[in-house]
Design a protein around this ligand. Sequence first.
Ligand code: PMP
Length: 422
Amino acid sequence: MTTDAVADAQIGRLPVALAVEEIRRDFPAMELKVYGKPLAYLDNAATSQKPRSVIDAEAHWYLESCANVHRGVHALSVRATAAYESARQKVASFVNAASAREIVFVKGTTDAVNLVAGSFARGRLDPGDEIVITGLEHHSNIVPWQLVCEDRGAKLRVARLDDRGDVDMEEFARLLSERTKMVAVSHVSNALGTINPVERMIELAHERDIPILIDGAQAVPHKKVDVQALGCDFYAFSSHKMFGPTGVGALYGRHDLLAAMPPYQGGGEMIRTVSFERTEYAEPPARFEAGTPNIAGAVGFGAAVDYLERIGLDRIEAYEDELLAYATAELEAVPGVRLIGTARRKAAVLSFVIGDVHAHDVGTILDQEGVAIRTGHHCAQPVMQHFGVPATSRASLAFYNTREEVDRLVVGLDKIREVFGG
Ligand code: PMP
């Protein structure tokens, strides 16, 4: 978004829809054409497009500050370290962590969950203990817990979903017991759009002194997240879903918990002293960042946070809510379309099936129209099993999407009905 447009929008001179046209100019990908048609990018839950400021920040780092961090006394290394640590500070402020020491740079959400499973949960689990998750989790918030449960003889318990795709909160509460050593839940489901009542889930877990991790991969791009207000113990998210580079993300962890955790991986950067007899580990977050980190990625991540804050998460959420309501009504009006996931509180994800057309065919035909959506199980096979479908088609929206793009999706679906009947 151009600076003037941001200022105008923030003081309410521009209606939100007009500001979106300005925003689109910040994203080079919005100019792309596929098969000669303008790209309508509706696959934001998989990854988001990047504004020029993010691309420039990363390029700028390679052009002018490329050196390793934390090790050098020379000017470029000092510059690189300052850029890396400033990105950490930006990410910490973005989620309102109490301190930048509570932000560990990781590869992404998957890496963050594995870190907590391997370093935190493993040591707390005895045979017969339990970890509680929900029925709408992404594979990356299922499999790391399964691995650690298998290793320790512990059991994974799953709070089931209702027909709309909301977690059955009575069952969730019932599953928590003296055997529960960890809870891990998504803030927002990537397959259904369900916004989990994480405030209540955290409260219920903490009533029993159970630590809780929130998978925020699909929440941070769409709504303001305040980890201190939530009071969660861990919060995991990925830069690439929030308009930043791929290959980097963050684990927020309460400092007292991080400080008591053993390293996840060994190597350079994560130590204080090393000898063949004994190694002393660095304080967090360095303890969990073995090896040369993704410095350029972190710098781009910081630029993405700057960009989101300039637009304002409250405005983003309001705009996307309105666009979701429009898209929901439009899709429901298409004969043969069945929405999968109609939770009471939803983010801008529309999973659907149309007649008995295979999702892959839906995706391919829409692609020919320049409309990019996702098809398949969305790394959430248990969700597909719950709804009795092998796969869905999924349109996932961001603040640069428009009603016109939603209309193009609907026109594409009409073509699919013509081809397949119905
Ligand atoms: N959790 C959720 C809810 C997700 O949507 C995703 C990505 N689709 C992940 C975790 C994993 O994120 P990443 O692939 O960036 O590690």
